[in-house]
Design a binder for this molecule. Structure first.
Ligand code: FAD
Length: 606
């Protein structure tokens, strides 16, 4: 059959002969449907724009849905005839609540995303009150008389007033961008409304005037649709409607009954998250494999070696990973029991300076209730840190390299082999198989992972796993990195150079916070408060200082054929070795002397 231009992965609805009418007839939302043919060159060219449009207006779906129907599929021949599709692509708009007789209105929509978006807004605004999609708020401007009484009033939600020029679409776009979010209402007003401008003291357009639930208000000038939408979505107490108010309440209750909330700074990365990730990987995820052999053993060995060479979060973990890596590399065995790995991870041989906390202590990855965030969040974080660290210390993988993106390759194999979420692994593998070979250097390695992570976030926005306190949104937000965001022809663009610079800083060694980490207290054996722990030493492990000595553990040790020796054992070995050498030498001289004497006596007799 004809090639498929759209897949279930795309943020649009794929219609067929059987589903078109039930979808668009008497629907609570309007629909913009592209009737295309998969053999038509223009349709093929245009498919990427249509997907980008669907992505761009994804949050408008309660007002208008974006769909496609392939007229080249045999099962769709009749419906395309019935809807009088003569040329491809044909774009038809179906109003909300339209009757079965409605065959849609044709619009020219094969143009830039911004103009299609504006077309949709114009059509939506021209709906009569009865036709308006159920969840679409009024798009008309409000007057000063309607808005000014809201100033200083307490409320259970934010009100954002966007003041703009009459021909601007930003206000209506932001209203639709926030359709799926609760806790905030967006209104637009016009720059021609003098009394409003004078009272709010606004002279730059578009601007946003934000009324807080507690009655205070503030003026924010950011001017771009993406900035406004992103700012409003990330306000505390604003959440995606699919994660309902009930789940919010439960979340907050749960967070009070479970782990105490840890204050943290979103602009930092916490070693406690990285250590918790490694703890979970080595002591929980790996434990489901009672023995490691063949490909699994190789994947595990590569992962351990990678972490030992790049981990910037502290010596005790690096020493553990180095010891583990040396042990795995020196083993002549094809198969090792998991228990042997666990013994080493738990430092049964009490090698000094080796330590990995055995507790999940999420900080930047804590969720508003158990079950949200945690491990997968920390896994992303760990690999972002490793891509950035590989860039900061390019020679660290000199002996192991051979692939253009070694960190991503190891991550890909780890996810495929060990990551407990099978579906996540499948998605990640598909993405890696289709684009990883285009990654040619360390910068691209950092950006590939960032981009892939954002794609996953976009797909999961509003899903059950979306934590209402940490809604999934393109990252970094304008608040974290304003210069990462640009807009061209009304479409949001990433400034990739700025993003790269931001990622290097954010996931760099100097931005790691040891606050809440378990390690220092354990290595020192002292009751030092986590807040007092020293910053981890940045940079490549080779550049780090001597490990801290812990006398009661008996000094540094080594692993030979699965047996661990501490430094007391090692000293005894050396002393015994020296004694036996001395003893052998004495024996040698003793017998030499005797044989000389014997020869001399024998010679005299003869
Ligand atoms: C490889 C992989 C694939 C996954 N696939 C799926 C899947 O298919 N389906 C599914 O339901 N879940 C999947 N997950 C889990 C999902 O991505 C989230 O990790 C999980 O839902 C927790 O989300 P979170 O809100 O903690 O933020 P996460 O998305 O886990 O992000 C963690 C932290 O990383 C930072 N961050 C966010 N975005 C970026 C970015 N683009 N670049 C750099 N840093 C960023 C932020 O500080 C954020 O707090 C996957 C996880 C992994 C590791």
């Amino acid at each position: 059959g004809p090639a498929r231009l759209y897949s279930e992965e795309d943020p649009l609805v794929i219609l067929s002969g059987g589903s078109l009418k039930p979808t668009v007839t008497n629907s609570s939302t309007a629909w913009l449907v592209q009737f295309y043919s998969s053999w038509c060159g223009h349709c093929i060219q245009y498919s990427s724009t249509w997907k980008a449009l669907a992505q761009d207006v994804r949050d408008w779906q309660d007002a208008v849905g974006i769909a496609v129907l392939d007229c080249a599929q045999e099962g769709n021949f009749d419906i395309c005839k019935e809807f009088s599709i003569k040329f491809y692509p044909t774009f038809k708009y179906f109003r909300a609540h339209s009757p079965p007789s409605d065959k849609g209105t044709i619009y020219r929509a094969d143009r830039e995303i911004q103009s299609i978006r504006q077309l949709i807004i114009n059509v939506l605004q021209n709906h009569t009150k009865l036709e308006r999609p159920q969840h679409c708020p009024p798009l008309e401007p409000y007057s000063a008389a309607e808005l000014l009484p809201l100033l200083g009033q307490m409320s259970d939600h934010y009100t954002a007033i966007i003041v703009e020029e009459p021909d601007s679409f930003v206000g209506r776009e932001v209203i639709l961008d926030l359709l799926q979010f609760s806790g905030v209402q967006v209104r637009r007003a016009l720059s021609s409304d003098r009394s409003l401008l004078d009272t709010l003291d606004i002279s730059v357009f578009p601007s946003i005037y934000l009324l807080h639930p507690n009655g205070t208000h503030a003026h924010v000038e950011k001017r771009l649709r993406f900035f406004f939408s992103s700012l409003l979505r990330t306000l505390p107490g604003v959440w995606h409607r699919s994660s309902s108010a009930a789940s919010q309440t439960v979340a907050l209750q749960d967070s009070q009954t479970s782990q105490p909330w840890k204050d943290f700074d979103r602009s930092k990365v916490y070693t406690a998250d990285l250590e918790s990730a490694l703890h979970y990987m080595l002591r929980v995820e790996l434990a489901t494999h009672s023995t490691l052999q063949g490909e699994e053993l190789k994947v595990f060995r590569d992962f351990v070696t990678l972490v030992s060479k790049l981990y910037p979060g502290g010596d005790p973990v690096v020493k553990l990973m180095e010891t583990l890596s040396d042990w795995l590399l020196s083993l002549p065995l094809q198969q090792i029991p998991y228990q042997a790995v666990l013994d080493l991870v738990n430092n049964k041989m009490r090698i000094s300076g080796v330590f990995l906390g055995a507790e999940l202590r999420w900080v930047g990855c804590q969720g508003s209730r158990p079950g949200l965030r945690g491990y997968p969040c920390s896994l992303w974080t760990l690999f972002h840190v490793l891509t950035v660290q590989h860039d900061a210390t390019p020679t660290s993988l000199d002996n192991t390299e051979g692939e253009a993106a070694p960190v991503l390759q190891v991550m890909r194999r780890y996810i495929r082999t060990f990551f407990g979420c099978e579906e996540c692994g499948r998605h990640f593998e598909t993405a890696a198989a289709s684009s990883l070979e285009q990654v040619k250097n360390r910068d691209q390695q950092i950006l590939w992972l960032w981009n892939q992570h954002n794609r996953v976030n976009t797909r999961l926005s509003g899903a059950l796993s979306d934590d209402p306190l940490f809604p999934k949104a393109p990252w970094p937000s304008p608040a974290l990195c304003p210069s990462c965001h640009e807009e061209k022809n009304g479409v949001h663009l990433w400034n990739q150079n700025q993003v790269l610079g931001f990622l290097r800083h954010h996931y760099g060694a100097s931005n790691l916070s040891p606050r809440y980490s378990l390690r220092a207290a354990a290595v020192k054996g002292a009751e030092r408060k986590p807040e007092e722990q020293p910053e981890p030493r940045p940079g490549h492990p080779a550049l780090r200082g001597k490990p801290e000595e812990v006398p009661e553990h008996g000094g540094r040790g080594v692993w030979v054929l699965g047996l661990g020796f501490n430094s007391v054992d090692m000293s005894l070995c050396v002393v015994l070795y020296a004694c036996s050498c001395l003893f052998l030498m004495l024996l040698f001289f003793f017998f030499k002397l005797r044989s000389r004497r014997w020869k001399r006596r024998h010679h005299l007799h003869v």
